[in-house]
Design a protein around this ligand. Sequence first.
Ligand SMILES: NC(=O)c1ccc[n+]([C@@H]2O[C@H](COP(=O)([O-])OP(=O)(O)OC[C@H]3O[C@@H](n4cnc5c(N)ncnc54)[C@H](OP(=O)(O)O)[C@@H]3O)[C@@H](O)[C@H]2O)c1
Length: 297
Amino acid sequence: MTTSRVAIVGGSGRMGSWFSQYFKDKKYSVVLSARNREKLIAAAKKLGVSYAENNVEAVKNADLVMVSVPISSTVSIIKEIAPFLNPKTILFDIASVKGDIPKTLEEQSLKYGFKAVSVHPMFGPGATSLKGHTVAIIPIPGSEDAAAKLEQLFSDDGARVVVTDGKTHDRMISVVLGLPHFLNILFGAALLEVPEAISQIREFSGTTFELQLLLAECVFGEDPELYSEIQMVNKDFVNFLGKLEKVFSDLKKTIEQNNEVVFFKNFERVREKLAQDTKYASAYNNLYKIIKILKNG
Ligand SMILES: NC(=O)c1ccc[n+]([C@@H]2O[C@H](COP(=O)([O-])OP(=O)(O)OC[C@H]3O[C@@H](n4cnc5c(N)ncnc54)[C@H](OP(=O)(O)O)[C@@H]3O)[C@@H](O)[C@H]2O)c1
């Protein structure tokens, strides 16, 4: 990879800052852009990189352009900067939900003659490096060489790269992000129905609650804008909610009717699916390992 100049649109944000540091450590020259000037200057100063007056100025002459803005702004930002990219430029977004993004990248890259890739780093800004983390790469027709370059770049740094297409990505994201986020939001909302304070509830807490609370506290510690987009922008997740509603109402009926036969049968069906997971056999031991870490602080 011979890229030397990287522009990050949304560079003052969490992932933008993370990737600024990543590229800076790799000796790339980094330039950031964003709307709020004060925040942008503060981020650039803190990271020791430069900033531009606007998105278009940032991306001119860049070898690599990363779009790291909220999911619902990504398509319009791609369209804003596309006319100013060189034929040698690789443009990539990192949105958590793809929707129309791959199609827009394809149209714009063919129209203006640059290279494009859609990327999803499957980790948050708390990651200390790429090592052991998954990065999904969606190649864009006409830019397959650029997808191969980014795959090489990230896998050289220890990432597990999954090459996929936009539709599969969003369907799987509805399962691996949409669903667990939803269940934790539901859990948190259900706690509002309990009059006792968390400290009082905790006095009765066993291992399952302890771990569930940890997950919910992490989810509610996140940015509501990103989390609402992951729930609402992904059409696959919105459709999946219909299935979830049926699962909920069937289970509710089974419990209300005290129907042990159906309960056991469903329990067994789920157990069979989960048992296909290579980590299934060690799940119980792993739970206690985590609890031990939590107890020892
Ligand atoms: N956070 C995560 O855990 C995570 C993980 C994987 C992927 N992602 C994806 O990464 C992207 C960014 O997420 P984030 O969590 O880093 O969000 P963030 O912290 O809110 O950062 C968004 C950045 O975009 C800028 N921005 C917004 N609108 C803009 C515009 N029109 N022009 C230029 N800059 C603009 C914001 O600054 P101004 O408001 O000042 O313009 C800010 O710098 C999203 O697509 C998200 O799905 C996030």
